[in-house]
Design a protein around this ligand. Structure first.
Ligand SMILES: [Cu+2]
Length: 190
């Protein structure tokens, strides 16, 4: 298309009418393609979702994921019990009501699963925890960290995670393979 535009710019003024109309036509093609190229940018910026899974182990399987701005993050509950996702600021301990979802349990494989989807438009690091299975506690250094709620079974780690929103493609490429699949057939539990 650049070529035809080049020809258009330098075409002699007295070019044949036919040639002009051909160039016009080519010009039309070129300008028709340009918005298409622009329109592909948002598509590239919001590719398929990144999935974060839960099961009976009361943790987020992919507890650190990186996504592009606008790319959906989908939390998927494959546990029989319910979980919640709640964003927080580690510097203040304040929770973020805009990053908040409840996910009902599922009886298991073949049954519907509860999901919660969110998109972040601004690059940054977004912290979250499940307030059912973890709680925020002030830690040395005046930061708030999620700790495992007393009595919660599962792994010793608290049920919490981080979403990194970045334009750095290498970080996004490091996401675990399981984060590309909505349902992990072997991961139902609880
Ligand atoms: Cu939970």
């Amino acid at each position: 298309m650049t070529g035809s535009r080049h020809v258009t710019s330098y075409a002699p003024r007295f070019a044949l009418v036919a040639a002009v109309s051909i160039l016009f036509f080519l010009g039309g093609c070129s300008s028709a393609k340009r918005p298409e190229a622009k329109a592909s940018t948002p598509v590239a910026a919001s590719p398929s979702p990144v999935y974060v899974h839960m099961n009976g182990h009361n943790m987020f399987l992919e507890n650190i994921v990186a996504v592009a701005p606008g790319q959906p993050v989908v939390f998927v509950n494959e546990d029989t019990g319910m979980h919640m996702v709640l964003g927080y600021n580690p510097l203040t301990g304040k929770v973020n009501p805009k990053f908040s979802g409840s996910l009902m349990g599922t009886p298991g494989r073949g049954h519907p699963v509860s999901t919660y989807q969110i998109r972040f438009t601004k690059p940054g690091v977004y912290y979250y925890f499940c307030p059912v299975h973890a709680e925020l506690k002030k830690a040395p250094g005046n930061v708030y960290v999620p700790i495992k709620r007393p009595g919660v079974h599962g792994f010793p780690v608290p049920m919490a995670g981080v979403v990194i929103v970045t334009t750095e493609k290498a970080l996004i490429a490091d996401d675990p393979p399981s984060s590309h699949r909505k349902i992990l057939p072997g991961y139902f539990g609880g």
